[in-house]
Write a protein that binds this ligand. Sequence first.
Ligand SMILES: *[C@@H]1O[C@H](CO)[C@@H](O)[C@H](O)[C@H]1NC(C)=O
Ligand SMILES: [Zn+2]
Length: 339
Amino acid sequence: MATILVKYTMSNNHTIVLRFCLTTLIGSAILLPTLYQPLLNSLWTFLKHNPAYQSSTFETFWTVFCYATIEPWVTYIFVQHPEWRLAAKHKKTDEPIRRPHGMRRPSRRLLEGLTYIAPLLLLDLTLIKKFASVPLEAMLVSGNYDPALARSNCRGNTCQVNFLMPSVHNFTSSSPLQTHRALPEAAPSSRRLALELIISIIIYDATFFAFHLAMHVLPGIRAWHAPHHTHAEIHPQITNQLHIFERLGLVLLANFSLNIIKCHVLTRTLFVPLFVWLLVEIHSGLDLPWGYDKVLPTGWGGGAKKHARHHAGGEGGLEPYFEWCDSVLNHSKAFLKGR
Ligand SMILES: *[C@@H]1O[C@H](CO)[C@@H](O)[C@H](O)[C@H]1NC(C)=O
Ligand SMILES: [Zn+2]
């Protein structure tokens, strides 16, 4: 009893500290943007002149880098803390806790990395990157088009750029691939960054909910989601155990969520580690004392527990990060049954 109490207060302290830090950070970013502007300006000046950051393939490699850092780290926590494993809670305490069946060593995962990178590189090297706040001329130049074309698309100072339609590179022998991405001149404000991050995560969460629901009910695309549900105990490596179309769908929905609100490129760069962290956490199979669902106000975040229940074949849990869409679905199901 005493240990339970101590554990409870400990985990409570973690979440209180985290809650305080997050509220301060987000609150000050939104309310006091002048505080952060000098830092953001120098960071942006550095990034926009950096050749790796200017590369059209930057986001693909950045995502792989974030995933390859975060997932092994959470896997390490998984192995070090069997007491946090959701599956272990229902076991007798004297039973040895094993490494879950199907966990792979890093050397065996090269192919997994390649199947992620290949289709995205193909898109990176053929499509023009169109980002908000970038002059149309700069985008045209990056895609090997005549910047004078911009004139026919612009009236006064407003240019018509459709951020949701793909535009193909103008392939020539001197410019055979889209290797460059045009970046905005100015840094974003911390207010813009914080709001764009929050809104894009919420949009992604709702759109992936719909995609996930479709993959559970539509016969044609059900097979895409099957590899993700074939495992014994859930563990962090399951995060990326995906059919190629499901993985592509996930990335394109994230891209859509960022494009629809015309995010700054720096928001996109920060979105990646946040997005990957949350994705790995919900697949961790761990009841982390500092889980994001405990840090957020009660009833907002779905967390690892809800997602583990979904993986174990339970009802609901289709929404990756939050609770809102799932609860709307549950309520409407209950309403229809009641009639
Ligand atoms: C993501 O969106 C950007 C901006 O519209 C676009 O240029 C890029 O081609 C998209 N990336 C992928 C991988 O589709
Ligand atoms: Zn599922």
